[in-house]
Design a protein around this ligand. Structure first.
Ligand code: OOB
Length: 539
């Protein structure tokens, strides 16, 4: 049986251990340590439920025992598709505690995507929650459980209905595992979990992360984001997303003894009420959510004074909106340029405003290696755009069961090709200027979509913008801008005038400007350009 995924070479692993980046603690051991140290503190708040560290750790022990006795074994994969509720955190750590491997799926994934993940991971079980209407995943999960031979069980948070699945509550009521009696503990350098690659293009791939690398990612991120015992982290984005998990997110906050609050939805009205009630100090958003948060901040009656940091990442935050964050919310903006594959970049909390508002930060770890290269793989000088390549103590060396893909996505030296086009300033800060393929090839002129989107977002009333290339018999591709505007949407002439006035090259002015009510978003809230292109091609 071939190895499922490529690991770090031993020499490299030794260096990461010696430099103290990796240690021998599993992720659930980080939680256990905190429960031992200050069990009475609040670990998790979700709706009306509050769990202290001791309570959370005990529930993890109970569910771990329940899962174990229902047949989930060490090393087996279990697909987890749950919304932002406390049962997610318990299930995650319970699986880790028995050395099983959670496969984290966003709630918005379609049945076909979930099935393909289950097949690739050869999962032995699925855990889903009872939902309402179209967002009820139970029937699809039951169908997948029957169709995929590796699946032996289905667990449902809530009512299993006619799925034949087990009741989560029943498993969670088991007698707790005896201390130290965990069925076959995983080693810290073994596979901990599988994440879904967040690419907005192509088919989803599975990302293997180890306890040691993920734990380091989480702890180091907590440090970079000022998250310590007194932190109250509000999870607004889906809990299964890497940003919400370790940057520093749920795992980072719990690892340092802070409190995690789960928001059931990302609306500012829900979130602001939680900020006031729980004294939230930090939260994270994708750029698509920022305008509505800033607007609501102007009229809310809620006290937001506890909020110290608003992290924004996942896709490019335009400079104009970035500058509005601090004044509107009365907190610090932190840009986060991360990827489920590993590398996290952060702007410094005490950095100059100009750098915080116009760059996407710098690598988290002193051991992160980043290179910016041209099409021939040669490093480019500061200020010049190129593809970002990276390797380091928490960046994967290969995807899960995808050897052919690995040959394309990694260099022979083990650098991950991010597909992101960036420039690096003289000071070492990265600016994301696009995706390798997120450009319009207009009569041979390459136009970075992000650059044009910047111009568009600076126009009055424009709240969202996306630029894509559409096949054109004359130009090869023509550029189409889709704008979501408050009130009257600017037309092409207005866009043209504004762009030329700001010094843009004429060929960068979109060939077409269309007003739309909204842009299609991926599960975590990034503009779904694959879908946009497809829709535009057929219209
Ligand atoms: C985060 O992770 P993924 O895996 O969903 O997506 C990664 C990709 C990056 O390669 C880049 O293309 C884009 O999302 N991205 C950004 C960005 N942050 C991510 N592009 C521009 N500016 C940014 N600030 O999205 C993720 C993982 C951990 C923390 C934060 C985000």
């Amino acid at each position: 049986m071939p190895q499922d995924w490529l690991r770090w070479p031993e020499e490299q692993a030794r260096e990461y251990r010696e430099r103290g980046f990796w240690d021998d603690r599993t992720l659930d051991a980080l939680l256990r340590e905190r429960a031992d140290r200050h069990g009475g503190r609040t670990a998790l708040v979700s709706g009306g439920d509050r769990l202290t560290y001791s309570e959370l750790d005990e529930r993890v022990d109970r569910l771990a025992a329940g899962l174990s006795s229902s047949g989930v074994g060490q090393g087996e994969r279990v697909l987890l598709q749950l919304p932002n509720r406390w049962e997610y955190v318990v299930t995650l750590f319970a699986l880790l505690r028995i050395g099983a491997v959670p496969v984290l799926a966003l709630p918005t994934l379609g049945a076909a995507e979930v099935e393909s993940l289950v097949r690739t991971a050869q999962a032995c079980a699925l855990v889903v929650a009872q939902g309402r209407g179209r967002s009820d995943p139970r029937a699809a999960a039951a169908r997948i459980a029957r169709a995929v031979p590796s699946v032996r069980g289905l667990v449902v948070v809530g009512d299993p209905g006619d799925t034949g699945g087990a009741r989560w509550d029943a498993l969670a009521g088991a007698e707790p595992l005896p201390r130290g009696g965990e069925a076959g503990r995983a080693g810290a350098e073994e596979l901990a979990l599988l994440l879904l690659s967040g690419g907005t293009t192509g088919t989803p791939k599975l990302i293997p992360r180890t306890h040691a690398d993920y734990g380091y990612n989480a702890r180091a991120s907590a440090g970079a984001c000022g998250v310590g015992e007194d932190a109250v982290y509000l999870a607004v984005l889906p809990v299964a997303h890497n940003f919400t998990m370790v940057s520093p997110g749920i795992v980072g906050t719990l690892a340092v003894g802070g409190t995690v609050v789960l928001s059931p939805d990302p609306s500012p009205t829900t979130a602001f009420a939680l900020v006031e009630r729980e004294g939230v100090t930090i939260t994270s958003l994708v750029p698509a959510l920022v305008p509505s948060w800033l607007e609501e901040a102007g009229r809310t009656g809620h006290d937001l004074s506890s909020l110290r940091v608003l992290q924004v990442g996942g896709s490019r935050l335009d400079d104009t909106t970035a500058r509005r964050v601090g004044p509107a919310l009365g907190c610090r903006l932190q840009q986060v340029f991360g990827m489920a594959e590993g590398l996290n970049n952060y702007t410094a909390l005490d950095g100059p405003d100009e750098v915080v508002c116009t760059t996407q930060g710098r690598p988290l770890s002193p051991a992160d290696e980043v290179v910016v290269v041209d099409g021939a793989g040669r490093p480019v000088p500061p200020g010049s755009p190129g593809e970002l390549l990276t390797r380091g103590p928490y960046t994967l060396r290969g995807y899960y069961r995808a050897r052919e893909l690995d040959a394309l996505r990694f260099t022979p030296e083990g650098f991950y090709r991010t597909g992101d086009v960036v420039t690096r300033t003289e000071d070492g800060d990265l600016v994301v200027v696009g995706r390798v393929k997120d450009q319009v090839n207009r009569a041979g002129e390459k136009i970075a979509a992000v650059e044009v989107e910047e111009y568009l977002l600076a126009l009055p009333g424009v709240r969202a913008a996306a630029v894509v290339g559409v096949a054109d018999p004359v130009l090869g591709e023509r550029s189409v801008a889709l704008l979501v505007a408050d009130g009257e949407c600017p037309g092409r002439e207005e866009v043209r005038g504004a762009m030329l006035e700001r010094g843009a090259a004429a060929f960068k002015v979109p060939d077409e400007v269309r007003a739309v009510a909204e842009l299609p978003l991926t599960g975590v809230g990034k503009v779904d350009k694959t879908r946009l292109r497809r829709e535009l091609e057929v219209s």
